[in-house]
Design a protein around this ligand. Structure first.
Ligand SMILES: [Zn+2]
Length: 389
């Protein structure tokens, strides 16, 4: 059977049809991609999660040499529940120069364009390899890609630069903040509400933590310095109190209260040190106060996600190549996070550049302009030419 040759639009239609919502299986999509690559003589490695239902995919086109270009995309998408879609979100629907469907902007279009070019890439005399790096569970804290990144430079080749195809409207982005997410749980002692002195109210102790986090937010704002080569709105590391749950009834002293909170460090900010300020305060102030009232009381903080910021690398390989090939004269900053900082932490020069607009991402009736697919194809073809030079 002759290998399948598909356009980017056809490939996008196939990819959108896999309901790869974060936390649910992406394995059928990966197996489809593996089969497609195999048709073109490209071997792919799947790095599965513990359950085996999800995973990352890595494949190399071109010479078996160190370096080269990683084309990075996450295969997972955000849920559609409760959103007023006019079309089936998992059926790519073309209309008026746009393709609608979940993941068309964020970010199956980049993956689709890259895959559609595989036959063309195979035919080129590449001197630097091109690596496909497709991950899972990005949308819930970039949880999937670390197991793949750990293999780079060991069992898998270490790329020299990475293009993360998040929807930037094909602009080159060299900076974003990180995001650290944690859940802090206060456990006190319950009892009848008429005798508060016999219990330890977890909500009341949580209130002290809320005050400390508000103070942290003010500290981060006042400490912020400019990040050379980046512009952020706002230009400081931020804190958000996301979800709080505590207590069971008015007439019961609340035994338990939990808070889901985040901070978004600027590139260059010492994120572990920011987190340590809170941990130290809890150990020094909050827990001892709670234990005076209830010796069995605890305050525990569990990390949910810790995504590093993307640091601008003025004059860096990825930025200079991407700027030259897109014709842009400067790189930009964005307000969302990506796997870019994780690639960068492996020593890989990294920028974001991909089709579609982030304003369409995560929305009902998410779409990509067909023009954006074309622009992405032009960019990746130029990148491939650069890899031949
Ligand atoms: Zn994304």
């Amino acid at each position: 059977m002759a290998p399948e040759r598909v356009t980017a639009e056809d490939m996008l239609e196939r990819l959108v049809g896999f309901e790869t919502v974060s936390g649910r299986p992406n394995r059928p999509l990966l197996e489809f991609v593996r089969g497609y690559l195999a048709q073109h003589g490209v071997a792919a490695r799947i790095v599965p999660n513990a359950e085996g239902d999800r995973g990352n995919l890595f494949a190399t086109i071109g010479p078996d040499t160190p370096g080269g270009i990683a084309l990075s995309g996450h295969t997972d998408v955000v849920p559609v529940e409760g959103q007023p879609w006019s079309t089936d979100p998992f059926v790519a629907t073309a209309k008026d120069g746009r393709i609608y469907g979940r993941g068309t902007a964020d970010m199956k279009s980049f993956i689709a364009v890259a895959l559609s070019l595989v036959p063309a890439l195979k035919a080129l005399p590449l001197r630097r390899p091109i690596h496909l790096c497709f991950s899972y569970d990005e949308e819930i804290g970039c949880l999937g890609v670390p197991s793949l990144l750990r293999l780079l430079g060991r069992e898998l080749p270490l790329p020299a630069l990475a293009i993360v195809g998040e929807p930037t409207g094909m602009k080159v982005v060299n900076a974003h903040k990180g995001i650290w997410v944690q859940r802090t749980t206060v456990t006190g002692r319950d009892g009848h509400s008429s005798a508060p002195h016999r219990g330890a109210n977890a909500i009341a102790y949580m209130a002290r933590l809320l005050g400390r986090l508000e103070q942290l937010a003010a500290e981060l704002r006042s400490e912020a310095g400019a990040v050379p080569g980046a512009e952020f709105d706002p230009p400081w590391s931020t804190v958000n109190l996301g979800v709080i749950e505590g207590g069971t009834a008015l007439n019961i002293i609340a035994r338990r209260c939990s808070l889901l909170w985040e901070f978004r460090p600027l590139p260059g900010a010492d994120a572990p040190a920011i987190r340590a300020r809170v941990d130290d305060w809890i150990a020094r102030e909050l827990t001892p106060a709670l234990r005076q009232q209830a010796p069995e009381g605890t305050v525990e903080t569990a990390s949910v996600a810790a995504v590093p910021a993307l640091m601008p690398e003025p004059g860096g390989l990825a930025e200079s190549v991407a700027l030259r090939l897109t014709g842009a004269n400067r790189a930009e900053s964005v307000s969302f996070t990506s796997e870019g900082g994780q690639f960068q932490e492996c020593g890989i020069s990294t920028v974001l550049c991909g089709p579609g607009s982030v304003t369409e991402a995560h929305q009902p009736n998410e779409f990509v302009d067909v023009e954006q697919l074309k622009a992405c194809e032009v960019f990746l073809r130029r990148l491939a030419d650069w890899a031949c030079a």
